[in-house]
Design a protein around this ligand. Sequence first.
Ligand code: 13P
Length: 249
Amino acid sequence: MSRQKIAAGNWKMHTTVTEGKEMISSLAKNDLPSDVTVIIAPPFTHLYPCLEVADSGIQLSAQNCSDKLSGAFTGEVSAAALADMGIKYVILGHSERREYFNESNELLKNKVDTVFGQGLTPIFCCGEPLEIRKSEQQVAYVRQQLMDSLWHLSSDQMAKIIIAYEPIWAIGTGETASPEQAQEMHQSIRSLIAEKFGEETSQIIPILYGGSVKGSNAKDIFGQRDVDGGLVGGASLKVDEFVTIIRSF
Ligand code: 13P
């Protein structure tokens, strides 16, 4: 079975709205492969202006949203507002949100439900810190993240999720997991999903790799059997390099 191929750019808190719109317009001018889903996750402020310039070949994602439906939660953004705007994806559980904003597996479980409740697709991030990798506990660590936040879902819901494996030691460090390390973890994640939700569901779910993906290493990483694309930080801010990454399948 061939799975969806995805190149997603997470801009984090970079760029102004003006710069973001220019980058989306310039990305849209390229002849992008029609069999690759291209997703850009700019800051919240950029979503609406970027939607206006993104052509149908570029999807937009939020980087986060509230677990609450609506209410007196100053500064939060609801999944309903995102869905109403025409946004299709929401990144959840990025390690920076887990680390700097204390997002727990339990909170993320609620966010996943809220996002599904609005018909949006979660891009659910998981991944281990360096000390866990050094002690070779990475599979158990990621299993716990998945169990706590996703194992309550129905198979139908699970089949709609996108998973991003982002080892924390490889994020923004220039250090990348080797293609073999990425494949090993992606295969483990897929078998954990198969054990819980069945083989068929596990074969549908795109599992993206994130952590210092660049134009120069994307081909080797995306070439692995269980790697279905990338969630790219720094290199997605350079349009030419991101185009190279999109063409690396
Ligand atoms: P870098 O590609 O900059 O390492 O960031 C990865 C990431 O965090 C994407 O979500």
